[in-house]
Design a protein around this ligand. Structure first.
Ligand SMILES: N[C@@H](CCC(=O)N[C@@H](CS)C(=O)NCC(=O)O)C(=O)O
Length: 207
């Protein structure tokens, strides 16, 4: 049986959960409030991070790597998911480098969002440390760049792309924790609104 170890309200885990739901893949979940409270984590991931996914002999960590595995291993699952269909690959083959750059940007931004959140939980505010102020600046610059490089139909119109999905998970985490205001960026607002009622997105909002 497939098994996902994940933590609560994680934008990384949510990426994987959305793909599992889109593809209708049965799986067990082991949810932890925080990765740091999961005593057995070192034995399943040397990076000490969640999510971790196990599918038979396959044992993976890194949310986008897990998604790539799911897309490649179960290409025919999810054909009945809502329109537009989930992207069939991480990037479009004819726009690989542009799409990979968008994914890299959302990933860096997500890491900065989570870094600031982890520091806040440890009692350190962004304005107290120069490195954290740079993370905050990076988030705004990435958001502005993503807004310019998206359309109101998403990063890859005609599909619910992995880029859209990554963005929605990052901004959903910001909203869940009321971390800061990201709105005022029309294309990003349109993407979030466009998919807010999609069953996989709705069902994972508080997971
Ligand atoms: N690049 C990893 C990042 C995973 C990650 O940062 N997970 C967080 C949960 S939101 C975590 O496990 N944090 C534990 C820690 O930082 O100690 C991925 O995409 O899966």
């Amino acid at each position: 049986m497939r098994k996902l170890y994940h933590s609560h309200l994680s934008p990384y885990a949510r990426r994987v959960l959305i793909v599992l739901l889109e593809k209708g893949l049965e799986h067990q979940r082991e949810k932890h409030a925080f990765a740091r409270e999961f005593a057995g984590l070192a034995s399943i991931n040397p990076c000490l991070l969640l999510p971790v996914f196990i599918d038979g002999d396959v044992h993976l960590w890194g949310s986008n790597l897990i998604i790539e595995y799911l897309l490649k291993t179960y290409p025919r699952m999810g054909v009945n998911s809502p329109k537009p269909p989930l992207g069939s690959a991480m990037t479009r083959s004819d726009r690989h480098w542009e799409d990979a750059r968008v994914l890299a940007t959302v990933e860096t931004m997500t890491d900065s969002i989570m870094n600031l959140r982890q520091m806040k939980m440890s009692g350190v505010e962004a304005d107290q440390v120069a490195y954290l102020r740079r993370q905050r600046d990076r988030i705004d610059l990435c958001l502005d760049w993503l807004d310019k490089n998206a359309t109101s139909d998403g990063f890859a119109p005609g599909e619910f792309s992995i880029m859209d999905l990554n963005l929605i998970c990052a901004l959903g985490n910001v909203d869940n924790h009321k971390s800061f205001e990201w709105r005022g960026r029309p294309a990003l607002e349109a993407i979030v609104a466009r998919y807010s009622e999609r069953p996989s997105v709705k069902a994972t909002r508080q997971e």
